[in-house]
Design a protein around this ligand. Sequence first.
Ligand code: TXA
Ligand code: MG
Length: 343
Amino acid sequence: MNSLNPDNTKTIRLLASNPCDLDQASDFLRRGGIVAMPTETVYGLAAHGFSAEAIARVFRAKDRPLNNPLILHTNSAERAFEFFDFSNNELAQKRFFKLADAFWPGPLTVIAKKTRHVPALATGNLPSVAVRIPDNRATNAVMANLDFPLVMPSANLSTRPSPTTAEHVLNTLNGRIDAVIDDGVCIVGIESTVIHIEPEEVKILRPGIITSHQLESCLQEPVRYANGHAEQPLSPGQSFLHYSPKVSSVACFNVESIVPWSEDTIILARACDYAQLAKKQGARKSAAVTILLSDDPSEFAKELYDALYRCELRPEKNLAIIVPREQGELWRAILDRLLRTKR
Ligand code: TXA
Ligand code: MG
């Protein structure tokens, strides 16, 4: 790594509560460094959003394909507005300000046509750009010190689960990035809802905790999910293997599946699903270990990636995920992640 920190084999751990540490993070970022930063959703890997060299370092550190575009993060709607080209599209501009007012800072990423000064490398050469204002005191304090936006993909090696603690970040990126700002556990736990403002309508490209109902009541118009069609995924990141823990095999089942669990299997399930499973087929006896997650979707979302990283520390080779069968948009967002953990 072409590191900015004096001991270039290690990533420096900075503390979110220490103003001097936040100044050091700002300094790294001004000099083209890459720093993992907390957000309310997951930790992001930040770099100077208008420096092609710094952006290239992010792609390299994560082993991320260059055609998978990044989200620009900033700390005000006025700054965010400057990255978009709403000329000849007054309706799109109105939608943008309504959404910004209602949901920022918060777990919503907005995509629309970009202006020419947004670097092509950040957007995978697409004509659009993704922008978000995160809701984290330390990260927003760092951004307030900078006169440029930050690109911030999730701070994990490509294909691995997103990090919700500084330890998770170091699991895959230690020695590959300059620093991580430790702010404990992320309160949401899964990535932001990603929406695309198109001239005719607003579509959800990635489900998250902000739901279509919330978006519809803000915009007073229908908002639908883009995937589930035969059409090409609109968000390149949606088509790759994702969220996958480093164990030999991952398989998804529903609670009705009758499967002879081997002793080499970790079962990951909601507490209520596991109880049903154990009653039916005595799963408790055969599986080597069980990791139980909350029955409540917000809590489940918050616990999920930590559970996946915990599996990596276990000696068992196989992971069996019992996928919750629930209606509701938050479960839909969770399922979107669970079904792409498979190896
Ligand atoms: O919560 C989050 O959004 C986190 C935190 C750190 O802010 N960030 C995050 O970034 O999840 P990343 O890079 O891991 O996921 C961004 C997603 C990818 O699926 C990418 O393909 C999509 O957004 N994306 C970015 N720009 C796009 C664009 N112009 N058009 C379509 N999809 C885009
Ligand atoms: Mg990611």
